[in-house]
Design a protein around this ligand. Structure first.
Ligand code: SF4
Length: 324
């Protein structure tokens, strides 16, 4: 570890189980620069659970799933928010704390779910299903949120759907999340055809093979997985719920059926638990690196802006969700 500055070096203890020592020196310069820039710019970094451990555990100030990041974004008092996640998350932070500068280190960090639906699609659905409320997953653009009645996340979708007190809702755009929630509620759910390109790749055979290869493994699946995958799991929940499950139940061996980095990040907190790691990467999340977080803070790249008329309507949909 020679040549490593003290502040980055002191962080290595936190991640040594998931970052090999030989890789660590490559991160140190950027980590030290980011820690300094955060102080100079009065900035905070919000990182999603799918960010890599050197971001999640070494430079982030606030970590969590989409719901936690949205809630925390509202409370940020710093001047600058850097969103280490994908574009819709940065938009949500800007919606909820509009006076702050919100930076996304790579404008190309998108999401297959967000790309699967447009505002025009929602307007057409409203014509087809008059009077049926539109519940929109937060994994959508601000323009799509603006056409919605209320947002939801995978952590609160059931509660949001049931809060409306209606027999039928449109739940967009994740078909699998909608189908999985439909098994938990009496509310009729009309779905869209959007899928997460990471979670749709898991199959029931994958789960059965994991169980055969790793006897006794506890299987936790994200509700963006197809329903036949969720049916094979021991528990289904948001990334926050999976993390809580591991903390509360301390399974000796566990597999998190979700994006790759999630296991690394949870494993850091639970050294006694063995993590089986099937690896489906989200290419959008992985566009965020220490290098472009540093550049974002140095050069104010890339500030998120939202048309004020769209922002006002989208904010209402997100705030309704947060009040459930
Ligand atoms: S993991 Fe799936 S839902 Fe999340 S950002 Fe990537 S593509 Fe979108």
């Amino acid at each position: 570890m020679s040549g490593i500055s003290l502040s980055a070096a002191s962080l290595y203890n936190r991640v040594q189980r998931v970052i090999p020592a030989i890789e660590w020196p490559a991160f140190c310069q950027d980590i030290d620069a980011i820690l300094r820039l955060k102080r100079e710019r009065n900035a905070v970094i919000l990182a999603h659970n799918y960010q890599t451990p050197e971001i999640f555990h070494c430079v982030a100030d606030i970590v969590g799933d989409s719901l936690a990041l949205a809630r925390k974004a509202m409370e940020v008092e710093a001047d600058v928010i850097v969103l280490a996640g994908v574009h819709f998350m940065a938009e949500t932070a800007k919606l909820l704390n509009p006076s702050k500068t919100v930076l996304i280190p790579d404008m190309g960090a998108g999401c297959s779910l967000a790309d699967s639906i447009t505002p025009e699609d929602i307007r057409l659905l409203r014509q087809r299903y008059p009077g049926v409320p539109v519940v929109t997953y937060v994994n959508t653009s601000a323009a799509v949120k603006a056409e919605s009645d209320i947002c939801c996340t995978s952590g609160n979708a059931k509660a949001v759907v049931e809060s409306l007190g209606v027999p039928r809702v449109l739940m967009l755009p994740d078909e699998y999340l909608a189908q999985n929630i439909a098994t938990q509620t009496d509310v009729e759910i009309i779905a869209w055809k959007g899928h997460c390109e990471v979670h749709e790749r898991f199959t029931p055979e994958d789960i059965r093979e994991m169980r055969a290869a790793h006897p006794g493994v506890t299987v936790l699946a994200h509700p963006e997985c197809p329903p036949d995958v969720v049916a094979e799991a021991d528990f289904a929940g948001s990334t926050a719920a999976m993390s809580d499950y591991v903390g509360a139940n301390k399974p000796s061996r566990v597999v998190l059926v979700t994006e790759c980095s999630m296991s690394d990040n949870v494993a850091v907190e639970h050294p006694d638990v063995e993590f089986v790691r099937p690896c489906n990467l989200c290419p959008h999340m992985k566009r965020i690196t220490l290098g472009n977080i540093r550049e974002a803070l140095e050069l104010d790249k890339h500030a998120v802006t939202i048309n004020p008329a769209i922002a006002a309507r989208a904010r209402l949909a997100v705030e309704r969700m947060l009040s459930v």
